[in-house]
Design a binder for this molecule. Structure first.
Ligand code: ADP
Length: 452
């Protein structure tokens, strides 16, 4: 409601009294005029007192519920109207402020990060839901409480104690000091990166970011580099050792046979390094996502026959290698070289982990759902159930010594997994210790054809 501008109506009441006094004086003489004047003043006083009372009641009314300002008469009408206008402006201003705050809260809730607003004494003023969950806070209860009392970790307390004003902004080192990474906060399993920036009058804004996945990836990278270095170091140490011996021993003092033996041992180690580097390059090419070769349809039967022959050669006829391909015309759609490398890895493993005299069976079949299954079954040493979930991890080996001795790099199954992933397939493993294993490369329906 918009009120008209105020008019000064303070003259109305005194004018009425003057008229009444004149009439009373004319009719009843001086006394009557005086009495009317006195009554008039009393009336004016009562009028103002009544309005003062109304105003006093309004100013002390509850702020929670809006109480409309009563209308007044005479000069009070103008005063109260002016007050009402002020009040309306204040209400509109407050509403705009509330909307801004609500918008800020909505924005802060929509952020993928946790946000905590702290006052100049590091007491909590506000926190979004994410920050409350991650730091197990409850804003209802904890608003106004010191954050340091609620998150009692020494490194966090030191971090909070940092005087932000003393470090110039834009300074990288200062920025680092304002950042803290805390692993597994309150057993939530999350690793949080906290950052604080000055905010408001001496307060600060605390931002929390979930860096769990990033940290896990960084750890994986660190472990991987450590593993590769370790894997390369072993054969390299052997080679360097032999080279030193060869350098330090005069040719005349070393029989030709010993020299040849050393050369052989060095060759074995160099081969193992070569295999490792080759596998690493294959794996990194697969992980990079880039494809060197195009996908194509190719026949399964002739490929498996070649694989069977190669496996027989690899096994040096120490195993019986059989092949079952019921569907002669079956075809696969994919990158031939990648799939051949995956199948080869499974076959090489079967040879490595099956003692002499055992059987290795290659098979291709299409299951009820139409998926193509390339399986390698062996009667080898088998794998205990607890190792199965980790077998495709890089460098995971059940028996490190046995793997190395048989020329394993620990990367074979990781390569198989990646190749199959790139073909939307999967690797399933079924194994029993002492009985043997079946590794199945399962390819999706869309990649399996009848041919013909
Ligand atoms: P490696 O080069 O050591 O063979 P892989 O990634 O190919 O590495 O295999 C990982 C581990 O899985 C091997 O070290 C071995 O312990 C186990 N494994 C793989 N295939 C077989 C199998 N057919 N029979 C028994 N164990 C196997």
């Amino acid at each position: 409601m918009v009120l008209p501008p105020p008019h000064n109506r303070g003259w109305i009441l005194p004018s009425i009294i003057v008229v009444l006094v004149l009439i009373a004086g004319g009719l009843g003489g001086v006394w009557a005029a005086l009495i009317t004047l006195a009554l008039g003043f009393a009336g004016i006083a009562a009028f103002h007192l009544a309005h003062l009372y109304i105003l006093q009641r309004w100013t002390t009314s509850s702020l929670e519920h809006y109480t409309p300002l009563p209308e007044g008469m005479g000069v009070w009408g103008d005063v109260l109207a002016a007050l009402l206008r002020r009040e309306q402006k204040r209400v509109a201003f407050q509403k705009a402020q509330r909307q801004t705050i609500e918008q800020f809260h909505r924005m802060a809730e929509a952020l993928p990060d946790g946000v905590i607003v702290l006052d100049d004494r590091r007491h909590i003023e506000w926190a979004n839901l994410r920050a409350q969950q991650w730091l197990t806070l409850d804003l209802e209860k904890d608003r106004g409480r010191p954050l340091g009392n609620l998150v009692r970790m020494p490194e966090f307390l030191r971090f909070l104690a940092d005087d932000l004003d003393e470090t110039p902004s834009g300074d990288d080192l200062a920025q680092q000091q304002r950042t803290l990474v805390i692993p597994s906060v309150f057993d939530t399993g999350k690793t949080l990166e906290l950052q604080q920036v000055p905010f408001g009058h001496g307060g600060r804004l605390l931002l929390a970011r979930d860096v769990t996945q990033y940290e896990a990836a960084a750890r994986l990278r660190r472990d991987f580099i450590a593993s590769v270095s370790h894997e390369l170091k072993t054969p390299l140490t052997v080679i360097v050792g032999f080279l030193e011996t060869l350098q330090e021993t005069p040719a005349a003092d070393m029989p030709e046979q010993t020299r040849a033996h050393y050369a052989n041992l060095m060759r074995t180690q160099a081969d193992s390094m070569q295999r490792l580097v080759d596998d690493l390059l294959t794996l990194s090419a697969l992980e990079s996502g880039a494809r060197e070769k195009e996908e194509e349809w190719f026949e399964v039967a002739p490929l498996l026959q070649t694989l069977q022959q190669q496996t027989q050669v690899l096994s040096q006829n120490k195993h019986t290698v059989t092949l079952t391909v019921p569907e002669e015309k079956a075809q696969i759609y994919g990158v031939r070289d990648e799939l051949v490398s995956a199948f080869n890895n499974l076959l090489t493993n079967a040879v490595r982990y099956t003692p002499e005299g055992g059987n290795i069976e290659l098979s291709w079949a299409v299951d009820k759902e139409g998926r193509g299954i390339f399986a390698v079954r062996d009667t080898g040493i088998g794998i205990a159930a607890e190792h199965l979930p980790r077998l495709t991890e890089r460098f995971y080996r059940v028996d490190r010594g046995r793997s190395r001795a048989s020329g394993g790099t620990g990367l074979g199954l990781a390569i198989v997994k990646h190749v199959l992933l790139r073909h939307q397939g999967e690797l399933t493993i079924d194994s029993r210790v002492g009985k043997g294993s079946t590794f199945s490369a399962v390819l999706p329906v869309a990649r399996v054809g009848e041919g013909g």
